[in-house]
Design a protein around this ligand. Sequence first.
Ligand code: CP
Ligand code: NVA
Length: 306
Amino acid sequence: MDNFLSIHDLSIYQFHELLDLSGQVKAQPQRFREKLKDKVLAMIFEKPSLRTRMTFEVGMLQLGGQAVYLGPSDIQLGQRESTYDVGKNLERWVDMIMIRTFNHQIAVDLAEYTRTPVINALTDSLHPCQGMADFLTIKERHHNLADLTLAYIGDGNNVCHSLIFAAAKAGSRMKVATPPGYEPDPNIVKKAEEDGADTGFVVEVSNDPDEAVREAHAVYTDTWTSMGQEAETKERAHIFAHFQVNSDLMAKAHSKAIFMHCLPAHRGEEVTDEVIDSPQSVVFDQAENRLHFQKAIMLLLMGIKK
Ligand code: CP
Ligand code: NVA
């Protein structure tokens, strides 16, 4: 594997291999303590972060390596220096590059220009590390991913897209409900359907949250206003008002359904306190599993499989 930009790029074998390796790293962290000794990860952040920054940085430290944080005002990608020039510099100093940016093409370009592996740590269109960590969390509770129904309620953007790609590889059923006009990108849905043609994957997109959560083993939501969309906050609060995950909606899902959120959560907006603080909620397991997945993807990109 040269880069990790999208779950779509993984073979079905690699998808399961990554989940297995994440599980091993979680169960026996001491076994991996020196595996990335002397390796350095550059972390380019053009947007804020708690989980992604912490899990990459702590993950690298726990593997014996180091991470260097480059915030939005540091390199000013594309303004102070072109993506090409930034990549050509970084590849002389570090072993891996992680990038969180706006336009997905910037991550694709960086990967193309550098010989160093590039990891997508969120773009406007995808959040693959989140999707993989979430499938690890689901797998821990619902062992047979091929039998899973996952409902996603809210904005059909980056997190939703990566969950769709993960569900396609896993052979799960994915039911998405968004307000009209906020459906997932049809090109991504089409690609996922191709990926999942032989896995048993089914994706259903509607504008009806009640229907989407029916039979769901996991109910997932994300912020109504993603990073970079802050000017639309008020308008979106109105548009998404009927897409809140509250106790009434959870009661319509499978009786043992778990509640999932990538975080940060906006309590009282996309999710109520009652749901996110309920025993059904696995949001902090998801956050923990970001660490284990991050370690697994860095190990695999450095050629270490066990
Ligand atoms: N879920 C997630 O990526 O969180 P951060 O934005 O805090 O990294
Ligand atoms: N959709 C959200 C995810 C945050 C982890 C955003 O892009 O801001």
